[in-house]
Design a protein around this ligand. Structure first.
Ligand code: 4NP
Length: 146
């Protein structure tokens, strides 16, 4: 799960998808990171921690890290939150196999539309709940198809 800062959208996606695969008894590794290094080593944004907590998901212990080319080798599927993240990831791809692993998270809800999860960082608290609903639905669809 990849966003820009790895403190809002992608840590939530990591927490949600991990919970959904565990519930199904699947052995799947889930992780998240950001395309930027601004928040490496930091916990998620407190507003996102609270939003997740209100739905029974604990993301408070996650720690920011930056996407690296190594992630193409470590993971089978790479989900970008928005088009900027998508293009930043693709710019590091070494071959078609790397490119094929990358998709827009919201294509899990509306395939082929390449919609972006809005970045709630700059907005008010309502934005966090809306982002929660989008990411929750997308992760449910991923887990169903694993
Ligand atoms: P995220 O949100 O990409 O969902 O983690 C952001 C967090 C921090 C910044 C931008 C987006 N920032 O510019 O520091």
């Amino acid at each position: 799960m990849v966003c820009l800062g790895n403190i809002c959208r992608s840590p939530l996606a990591e927490g949600l998808l991990r919970e959904k695969v565990q519930k199904r008894g699947l052995n799947v590794e889930v992780d998240s990171c950001g395309t930027a290094a601004y928040h490496v080593g930091e916990a998620p944004d407190s507003r996102m921690i609270l939003t997740a907590h209100s739905h029974g998901i604990d993301i408070s212990t996650l720690m920011g890290r930056q996407f690296t080319v190594n992630d193409f080798d470590e993971f089978d599927q790479i989900f970008a939150m928005d088009s900027s993240n998508y293009h930043n990831i693709i710019s590091l791809a070494r071959n078609d196999a790397d490119i094929d692993k990358v998709s827009f998270l919201l294509d899990q809800i509306k395939p082929g539309e390449n919609m972006s999860v809005p970045d709630p960082w700059y907005g008010g608290d309502k934005g966090f709940e809306k982002v929660y609903e989008l990411i929750d639905t997308a992760c449910e669809n991923i887990a169903k198809n694993l």
